[in-house]
Ligand binder design. Structure first.
Ligand SMILES: *Cc1c(COP(=O)(O)O)cnc(C)c1O
Length: 458
């Protein structure tokens, strides 16, 4: 068998992409204020900004779009989505939302009281922002290994049960409405959580009357790593592993734009009828009727079909191996990357790549800008800019990880594209000493990474 599995699909439709001159690339990044979020898509050659909503849908999903039932209430496609989530993930109730953050908003509002604490395995930007808006303090309870980019722990997304217990002892279980368990952990580098850890978290939480809410966004990637790495799971199917994972959850928020293989969509899944009732009351305010939640019928149909496709072993094996191919190529050239290679992206370690740039001069931001400038490849900063500021002191959060994320869209690019990306990163690594830091010249009050602007320090 080949070390890296070839594409388990044929290409039926193509979308030509822009080829730009070096001058055009330089002008575009300047105009974007050295923020890759502010680049225009038409100026991007290979777009690794995110794997969110950038998936290529299958012919079967496109066929499903044609049978969208655009009824205001009780759409067929909603019932298909509900049945699919019940069958594949095992939750009782499903509230569709326009995307993952819509579900996070509703979950935060129905569960959190001001003064509460929500522990989680490292934060995710929108998840934490919604928890904080609802009045909670977020507490990171991930294992220490997750903060070390070179640690090869196979389940770096795991929760440290001692940290969880310490929080319970410190603030009291009654002030912890739920623990948020992300599978996989995006900001740690797409690192998975073991089934054993999920089981133990559930046991500890249950003992104290605390709910366990999964951020299920990347659950299929997590299931693949369990199959590959966890003893006793080699012969289980992805679907069987998912079922067991979610048996340790009271509910989940889902961004369909990732592992459900669609361009838009999400949902909140719950088992508790009272919470479901509350969620349906709020979804009407923020999203739409509980049977569409901000989505067209056709989008719910595509998501239902995507969920079924996503549990195909060869689909997920190829995805993980394509990412591994890029990562192993960079690693072989000595480029510092987060290890082990995670489920959706390669993360360049900007601290090690650009050790001469202090963290408050935004090394990862600059690395992403430079990569675009030499190749047209768009990536994303995941470091001090994304981490934002401490709400009380107003200082930057200084995350241990200062990373550039090369995120691979699902079923979109080929191994040849991965070669282009690897060659550009390696070229940049060879001339890393010549790269200066940045200063921030515009900063919005929340989620600043989306729109902040920068200038190189002369
Ligand atoms: C993308 C993402 C979200 C938010 O989902 P959206 O659909 O972008 O609103 C939440 N958690 C994780 C881990 C994600 O990757």
């Amino acid at each position: 068998m080949a070390k890296y599995m070839a594409e388990p699909y044929k290409i039926k439709v193509v979308e030509p992409i822009a080829m730009k001159t070096p001058e055009q690339l330089a002008a575009a990044i300047e105009e974007a204020g050295y923020n890759t979020f502010l680049l225009k898509s038409k100026d991007v050659y290979i777009d690794l900004l995110t794997d969110s909503g950038t998936t290529a849908m299958s012919d079967n999903q496109w066929a499903g779009m044609m049978i969208g039932d655009e009824a205001y209430a009780g759409s067929n496609n909603f019932y298909n989505l509900e049945k699919t989530v019940q069958e594949i993930y095992g939750f009782k109730y499903v509230v569709p939302t326009h995307q993952g953050r819509g579900a996070e908003n509703i979950l935060s509002k129905i569960c959190i009281k001001p003064g509460d604490y929500v522990p989680g395995n490292m934060y995710f930007t929108t998840t934490r922002a919604h928890q904080e808006l609802a009045g909670a303090t977020f507490e990171d309870v991930i294992i220490d290994e997750a903060h070390d980019s070179q640690n090869e722990h196979p389940f770096k997304g795991n929760i440290d049960l001692n940290k969880f217990q310490a929080l319970i002892d410190r603030v009291g279980a009654e002030r912890i409405p739920y623990i948020c368990l992300a599978v996989t952990v995006n900001l740690a580098g797409g690192q998975p959580v073991s089934i054993k850890n999920m089981r133990e978290v559930k046991q500890l939480a249950e003992k104290h009357g605390i709910k366990v809410m999964f951020d299920a966004t990347r659950c299929v990637e997590n299931a693949f790593f369990i199959k590959e790495r966890e003893e006793g799971y080699q012969d289980k199917s992805i679907a069987e592993i998912l079922k067991e994972m979610f048996s340790y959850a009271d509910g989940a928020t889902m961004s369909g734009k990732k592992d459900c293989l669609v361009n838009i969509g999400g949902f909140l899944a719950l088992n508790d009828p009272d919470l479901y009732q509350k969620a349906t009351q709020l979804v009407v305010l923020y999203e739409g009727m509980p049977s569409y939640g901000g989505l067209a019928g056709r989008d719910m149909e595509a998501m239902a079909r995507g969920i079924r496709e996503s549990v195909d072993y060869y689909y997920i094996k190829h995805r993980i191996e394509q990412i591994r191919y890029l990562g192993e190529k960079l690693d072989a050239a000595g480029v510092p990357i987060v290890k082990p290679i995670g489920g959706h992206a390669i993360f360049l370690d900007a601290r090690k790549f650009l050790p001469h740039i202090p963290q408050d001069q935004f090394p990862a931001q600059m690395l992403a800008a430079q990569l675009y400038k030499i190749s047209g490849v768009r990536s994303m900063e995941r470091g001090i800019v994304s981490a934002g500021r401490n709400a009380v002191t107003g200082d930057h959060h200084y995350p241990k990880l200062e990373l550039v994320r090369l995120t691979i869209p699902r079923r979109v690019y080929t191994y040849a594209h991965m070669d282009v990306v690897a060659d550009a990163v390696i070229e940049l690594y060879k001339k890393r000493d010549t790269i200066p830091g940045l200063k921030m010249v515009y900063e919005p009050p929340v989620l600043r990474f989306f729109t902040a602007r920068f200038e190189p320090i002369k």
